[in-house]
Design a protein around this ligand. Structure first.
Ligand SMILES: [Zn+2]
Length: 77
C-alpha cells in the first residue's frame, strides 16, 4: 500500500496518506475530497516500510479506518 502526497484544492494543505486505488482521500484540515495526488520523490524503501507499519499500527490503535476502502468501512460500521 503506497504512501502518497496530496494537496487540497480547497485550502491548499498538503498531507500524506496511505491509499489503495479505491480509497477516497479527504483533506484532514477542511474535509474536502477535492484533493490532487502529488508526484513525490520515492521514499527510501526502509523508511517507507516503517512509515506504513507505523500507519497501520496507529490506525489499529486509534480505531479509525482511513486505510480501508469506503466499501470496507461500510461493512465495519
Ligand atoms: Zn482542505
Amino acid at each position: 500500500m503506497p504512501l502518497h502526497d496530496f494537496r487540497c484544492r480547497e485550502c491548499d494543505k498538503t498531507f500524506e496518506r496511505l491509499v489503495r486505488s479505491d480509497t477516497r482521500v479527504s483533506c484532514p484540515a477542511c474535509g474536502s475530497e477535492q484533493v490532487d495526488k502529488l508526484l513525490s520523490a520515492p521514499q527510501p524503501p526502509g523508511r517507507s516500510k516503517s512509515i506504513i507499519a507505523a500507519g497501520r499500527a496507529a490506525a489499529a490503535r486509534e480505531g479509525h479506518f482511513s486505510n480501508y476502502s469506503a466499501a470496507e468501512r461500510a461493512k465495519i460500521k
